[in-house]
Design a protein around this ligand. Structure first.
Ligand code: OXD
Ligand code: MN
Length: 585
């Protein structure tokens, strides 16, 4: 337990509201994990997988209506609506506490309340943040155990008076009509009711490390970003760190663990993080980034030995699979796993399944939760308390048209504009239609804990303080030809774009200046050993003025909603792009 008076008082108060039969403080030991796993196996909350093939692995199925983040039920609860801004759902904190407090009232009767002290970041790091999550779900405890650092180690950091984020979760009735994910940035508090899906309930992840942390970053002068972090080792052995913001389910985990193609010998990619970066200005005027998480909560469908062999290896032991297909030999399978479907199985809903049914065996947003330490290419700096220095930032999304394979922004301000006007086709990571283009600035639209116009301001302000800013690039692995075929092979071949980034950082690669930024000349990309036609390369690097002029409309509409709060620099960049496009043919 702890001598932290405020924590004890808060746990008492929440217990008085939720009325659990029992309260259990989580210590983080292996014996505790085994005990909880046994218990969850006995109730069917977890299913034990084939321990020879998947040692230490279990399977969980969420409720059918609860398989992805629910953005329409996610609220930023600040005193004024303007503080949440036009891209967030807002609820008055008083109303939110009253409304959802009534749902929490008595919700843990007959259940146990687990108290999970946790650290985002590494113990002893000046950049770590502490939280305590109260939950009635063993699945949550076991996931938090992988994704964060829990138990005694966190209590030790908490001491008697350290600040912590108060995180309260209950599965409630798992009724979508009674589901709310509430962030109270001004109170350093999160309330999540009625869900059992990872992004809604592992409160250290999206809710704390992005929504609450972005607000902390604003007030404390740092940035919480939806970014992977990787170290790219070049043939001369030097490692350059790159951070990349991509919307959910756009391949961050794959890029973070990329395996270089044989035709580009001597390169290595080291994984620092696959989803979240906390970034600060170092004494050297550079940006330094840490990964606050301890595990990966990756999308299973599409993950294969070909697309991400390292993720397959990482998740082959001590991992939790959610909403995948269960095979007759008690292992897991999903669409795009790169191996034939079994003749039959039990699908993510728990129903008998055969490939002939014509339905997916795994949910499109099925996940694996795996310890980062098991990743074969984990960086030796992934737990460095100071983080790693960032030389380049990538923005990217899914765009069938428009954006070239890669381009470089002119400077930090222009790069911030490129990030602010990012758009992507939606994926299954959140409920709602898939494949619709929506603006997703810096891939943070669902995760920014305050008014996004002020978030843009924060980006611009940070840039002004950097004496050695990273270069900012935009990439698009998803451009298609007229027949809807992807033009770029992706996966390991994405290294060719990273290699160009590296050489641009060292002034060793050519580019042509276009209205949108510097685009590689064909010759400046290393295409050695890649089977791609000249015509495809031309299309991949094409900047079509008409398409961009059309895009300006969408960008302007997006900006308009922020009114006077939008930083003037953004409009300046928008106008400058318009002018450059006017001169371009
Ligand atoms: C995630 C997401 O789970 O972005 O990382 O949805
Ligand atoms: Mn994410």
């Amino acid at each position: 337990m702890t001598r932290h008076k405020e924590a004890l008082k808060w746990v008492d108060e929440m217990a008085a509201m939720c009325k659990p039969d029992e309260i259990v403080w989580i210590e983080g030991s292996d014996a505790e994990k085994d005990r909880l796993t046994e218990q969850a196996l006995s109730t069917g909350e977890l299913h034990l997988l084939n321990q020879e093939k998947y040692p230490g692995c279990v399977l969980h199925r969420t409720a059918e209506n609860d398989v992805a983040r629910t953005e329409h039920l996610t609220f930023i609860c600040t005193r004024t609506e303007a503080d949440a801004g036009p891209t967030n759902n807002w609820m008055d904190p008083k109303e939110a506490y009253a409304k959802v407090g009534a749902m929490f009232d008595g919700c843990m009767r007959g259940r146990t309340m687990y108290v999970i002290p946790f650290i985002m970041g590494v113990p002893g790091s000046p950049f770590r943040k502490l939280g305590i999550e109260l939950t009635d779900s063993i699945y949550v405890v076991l996931n938090m155990r992988i994704m964060t650092r829990i138990g005694q180690v966190a209590l030790d950091e908490l001491g008697e008076n350290e600040d912590f984020t108060k995180c309260l979760h209950s599965k409630g009735e798992l009724d979508i009509e009674r589901r709310f994910i509430l962030q109270f940035p001004e109170d350093n508090t999160i309330w999540s009711y009625g869900s059992g899906y990872g992004g809604n309930v592992l409160l250290g992840k999206k809710c704390l490390s992005l929504r609450i942390a972005s607000y902390m970053g604003l007030t404390e002068g740092w940035m919480a970003e939806h970014m992977l972090i990787l170290g790219l080792e070049s043939p001369d052995g030097e490692v350059t760190y790159i951070a990349g913001a991509f919307p959910s389910a756009c391949g961050k985990t794959n890029l973070a663990m990329l395996i270089p193609p044989d035709s580009l010998p001597g390169y290595k990619v080291w994984t620092v993080g696959d989803d979240i970066a906390w970034i600060r200005i170092g004494d050297d005027g550079r940006l330094w980034a840490v990964n606050p998480e301890a595990g990966f909560f990756g999308v299973a469908p599409g993950t294969s030995a070909k697309s991400n062999h390292n993720a397959m290896l990482t998740a082959s032991s001590n991992s939790i699979f959610t909403n995948v297909l269960l095979t007759p030999d008690n292992t897991v399978w999903w669409e795009g796993m790169g191996i034939d479907a079994p003749d039959q199985g039990v699908d993510w809903r728990g129903k008998p399944w055969t490939p002939k049914d014509g339905e997916n065996g795994a949910n499109a947003n099925a996940r694996f939760t795996a310890p980062a330490s098991q990743c074969p290419v984990i960086s030796s700096h992934w737990e460095d308390p100071q983080g790693v220095p960032i030389s380049a930032i990538l923005f990217g999304g899914r765009r069938a048209k428009l954006a070239p394979l890669i381009y470089e922004s002119f400077d930090w301000q222009h790069g911030s504009y490129v990030g602010a006007t990012m758009a992507s086709e939606t994926t299954a990571a959140a409920t709602g239609a898939v494949g619709v283009v929506r603006r997703d600035p810096m891939a943070m639209r669902p995760f920014c804990g305050y008014n996004m116009a002020r978030y843009f301001r924060h980006w611009l302000d940070i840039g002004k303080k950097l004496t050695n800013p990273p270069k900012i690039f935009h990439v698009n692995w998803f451009r298609q030809d007229e027949n809807g075929e992807f033009l770029w092979p992706g996966y390991g071949e994405n290294l060719r774009a990273l290699d160009w980034v590296l050489r641009r950082c060292n002034d060793k690669a050519d580019a042509r200046e276009t209205p949108i930024g510097y685009v590689p000349t064909k010759e400046s990309l290393n295409l050695e050993g890649l089977d791609i036609s000249d015509e495809a390369m031309d299309k991949l690097l094409e900047v079509r003025g008409d398409d961009w002029i059309e895009e300006l409309d969408g960008m302007q509409k997006f900006f308009d909603q922020f009114g006077y709060e939008l930083p003037a620099e953004m409009l300046e960049e928008q106008q400058a792009l318009k002018t450059r496009l006017g001169r371009w043919d």
